[in-house]
Design a protein around this ligand. Structure first.
Ligand code: ADP
Ligand code: MG
Length: 244
């Protein structure tokens, strides 16, 4: 019998994790150590909260995943991307593999909702016909079809964040990273955003969300990774142990 086994069919093959950090440390140029010996594996399809007090290293960890910063030591993989060792010319592909949103929505004020989302695709050279179909699809996903022709100033904070989420999802990323996405939103609107991220996760996207929102973290029985002074101090399902 001749068996041809590729990696995916080998009996001992494990599925590739969505995110993998091995012994990652980050010391900024000013000598500040933001992360220390962080090991973190996020299986594909998971929903993970990243918590911890201000200055714990949450945003630094996210910047390393996006290759906005390089680790001082350690290995970082996102899907098949060796983030800590990749060539700069491959970085745009990594950034399309990861959708990101932040506390501030970073929308272009003169463009409509539709144009803000379309712009993300146009800059990567997508054909016009594909752009309009993809934009319609993500606007429906985030529930903004009716607001498509409005400008950011005409939107509520929650709608602005949903526009940012649509823009981040338009490349159909495998991983979605949100750094304090509800930091500027009131509790009710925050829940709407969380429900949207849970829905995106249900559709198969791995989600990593950094947050101070203890109410949300406690209410949802999801994996919670807690950082303190750059170290992982807790990694368990449920509960919020941030001190601020
Ligand atoms: N660009 C930078 N240069 C120097 N120190 C930084 C820089 N960015 C963050 N830090 C420091 O690194 C630590 C972690 O910051 P950060 O990752 O922003 O934490 P968090 O997002 O959990 O609040 C803090 O002490 C912060 O002051
Ligand atoms: Mg931060």
């Amino acid at each position: 019998m001749i068996a041809v086994l590729d990696e995916a069919h080998a009996p001992d093959a494990k599925p590739r994790p969505a995110v993998d950090l091995r012994d990652v440390s980050k010391v900024y140029a000013n000598g500040r150590q933001a992360l220390a010996e962080v090991d973190l594996t996020i299986p594909a399809g998971d929903f993970v909260f990243l918590v911890g007090p201000s200055g714990a290293g949450k945003s630094t960890l996210i910047r390393l995943l996006l290759r906005d910063e390089l680790p001082t030591t350690g290995l970082i993989r996102v899907g098949s991307y060796e983030v800590s060792a990749m060539r700069s010319r491959d970085v745009p592909r990594l950034r399309r593999h990861i959708g990101t949103v932040f506390q501030d929505f970073k929308l272009l004020p003169r463009k409509t909702v539709r144009e803000n989302v379309a712009f993300a695709l146009e800059v990567t050279g997508s054909p016009r016909r594909l752009v309009s179909t993809a934009v319609d699809r993500v606007l429906e996903l985030v529930g903004l079809t009716a607001q498509a022709e409005q400008r950011p100033a005409q939107l509520s904070g929650g709608e602005q964040q949903r526009t940012a989420i649509a823009r981040a999802m338009v490349h159909q990323p495998r991983v979605f990273i949100a750094d304090e996405p509800t930091g500027n939103l009131d509790p009710l609107i925050s829940w709407e955003i969380i429900r949207l991220l849970l829905h995106i996760n249900d559709l198969g996207t791995t989600v990593l969300m950094a947050t101070h929102n203890a109410e949300v973290v406690t209410a949802l029985r999801k994996r919670v990774v807690a950082l303190d002074e750059g170290r992982v101090v807790r990694d368990a399902v449920g509960g919020y142990h941030g001190s601020h």
